[in-house]
Write a protein that binds this ligand. Structure first.
Ligand code: FES
Ligand SMILES: [Fe+2]
Length: 356
């Protein structure tokens, strides 16, 4: 270990992140507090929370959270932990709840998080139902996507600054949520992120995808807290139609894959230092023709194939990073600039956390 493996670098002289950051267990705890607990996380599409009582559950930094639309139309987020003895208010997504009733002993909260009733508590001294509330968290909606944060390091607008020039007036409010597909991958979450952040591997790992993309005109840009990869979609066998594919990576763990009439989001969730889960959420505009539905099925099968290819290479890389014999290699400034950008942010987070 050396102090210098955390120093800021320049792209032209950059070297990959040291193996210890992918393999030592204490790093996972530091990242949970310094990175994930301070981050904005994409939780749902707005159409999943369109009516009063509609709610979505998720975890942020191992903390169960709940987002619910109130009777006043306001979206609110709470820690999904009862103020009695830590039972869950909701265990799955749902529509139209009238109240949030704890699954353990039945304490009941309003959709605004205020405790309304606590069963059989009449003998408790100085116990005031009206003084107890669920713990709120930050919630923001951006272009029809709902984000939440425990202790955000910055406003959501700062996180997403610079994306607007590529997104124009795109808004996903009317897209419906089709499904979530969780993929467990036996690698550190940053191995999966690193792999997403470069197209360098595409000709070698994804032969079918490579035929759809024009690798030579594949562009990768970085700015602020995001990077963007895009390529005109042409080439034989392209079933998406003409248009541009935009692949955003947003700090620390979100991918927005935006294609014509399709939004697929991926969130990489750390499970252990050498394991993560990648949630793939599929969103589409409503009113699909039979042809459009067939195209989606093809799209999802193809996404599965690409994911299996990525998962295999990431698993092998994780084994190699854990073996203790890998010395970080030089990055390719032309093809790995987004990965470099991400590593700079990771190194800065470690420095801020006092990692040595
Ligand atoms: S833990 Fe919620 S009512 Fe007991
Ligand atoms: Fe890949």
């Amino acid at each position: 270990m050396s102090v210098s493996d955390l120093a800021a670098q320049t792209l032209a002289a950059s070297t990959a992140l040291a193996a210890r950051f992918y393999s030592s267990a204490d790093i996972a705890a530091i990242e949970r507090e310094q990175v994930f607990a301070r981050s904005w996380q994409l939780i749902a599409g707005a159409s999943q929370l369109s009516g009063a009582g509609d709610h979505v559950v998720a975890d942020i930094a191992d903390t169960p959270i709940l987002i619910v639309r109130g009777n006043d139309g306001v979206l609110r987020g709470f820690i999904n932990v009862c103020r009695h003895r830590a039972g869950p208010l909701a265990t799955c997504n749902g529509r139209g709840a009238k109240a949030l009733r704890c699954r353990y002993h039945g304490w009941t909260y309003g959709l605004d998080g205020a405790l309304k009733a606590a069963t059989e508590m009449q003998d408790a001294a100085d116990f005031e139902v009206g003084s107890i509330r669920l713990t709120p968290i930050a919630v923001e909606t951006w272009r029809g996507l709902v984000f939440a944060a425990l202790d955000p390091a910055m406003p959501l607008s700062e996180l997403l600054a610079g994306t607007e020039k590529h997104l124009g007036d795109r808004d996903f409010s009317h897209y419906h949520f089709e499904k979530k597909v969780p993929y467990p991958v036996a690698c550190n979450w940053k191995v999966y992120a690193d792999n997403y952040l470069e197209g360098y591997h595409v000709p070698h790992v994804h032969p079918a995808l490579n035929k759809l993309l024009d690798y030579r005109s594949y562009v990768t840009e970085t700015e602020g807290w995001h990077s963007l990869q895009y390529s005109p979609m042409e080439g034989e066998g392209n079933f998406y139609g003409n248009g541009v594919a935009l692949y955003f990576y947003i700090w620390p763990n979100l991918m927005l894959n935006i294609l014509p009439d399709r939004l697929q989001t991926n969130r990489i969730i750390p499970i252990a230092i050498d394991q993560c889960r990648v949630d793939f959420d599929f969103f589409y505009p409503p009113g699909a023709s039979p042809e459009a539905i067939a195209l989606r099925e093809q799209d999802q099968r193809f996404s599965d194939e690409v994911q299996a290819e990525d998962a295999e290479i990431c698993t092998r890389v994780q084994q190699a990073l854990t073996c203790g014999r890998y010395v970080p290699g030089r990055l390719n400034p032309k093809r790995e600039n987004a990965l470099f950008h991400f590593h700079e942010q990771v190194r800065a987070a470690y420095r801020a956390a006092g990692v040595r």
